[in-house]
Design a protein around this ligand. Structure first.
Ligand code: FES
Length: 119
């Protein structure tokens, strides 16, 4: 069976896993701080960012894209509700996703070496 190495940068742990393993299955075992809830792609709580090897991960399914879109849309809605520029800037700093590839750990399979971290 083909194997891949996945590194969890937040806990500085690298593990070798069978190709096709989902990120959430590994993150729990190594103690990474990637949160989760439904494990089915619906709740949007298992965000992580890909630091290296994005091409070695499964491509986002329609379900994952829809969940990510809904989450970011809700963030934008929250930003639109900011009462003043100071609170808007504070919200933007707190949830700065610029330059980060955001994925769902319960939906992403490993097909090759990659490095990931909680968002
Ligand atoms: S745990 Fe709910 S979307 Fe991944």
């Amino acid at each position: 069976m083909a194997k891949a190495k996945i590194k969890f940068a937040d806990v500085n742990v690298t593990v070798t896993v069978p190709v096709g393993t989902r990120i959430i299955e590994i993150s729990e075992k190594v103690g990474s701080y990637i949160a989760y809830n439904c494990r089915e792609g619906d709740c949007g709580s298992c965000f992580f960012t890909v630091l290296d090897g994005a091409d070695h991960l499964s491509r986002p399914s329609a379900l994952e894209k829809n969940t990510l879109f809904a989450h970011f849309q809700s963030i934008l809605d929250g930003w639109r509700g900011a009462g003043d520029i100071e609170s808007l800037q504070a919200m933007m700093r707190r949830e700065n996703f610029a330059g980060k590839e955001c994925r769902l750990a319960c939906q992403t399979q490993v097909f090759g070496d990659a490095t990931v971290s909680p968002l």
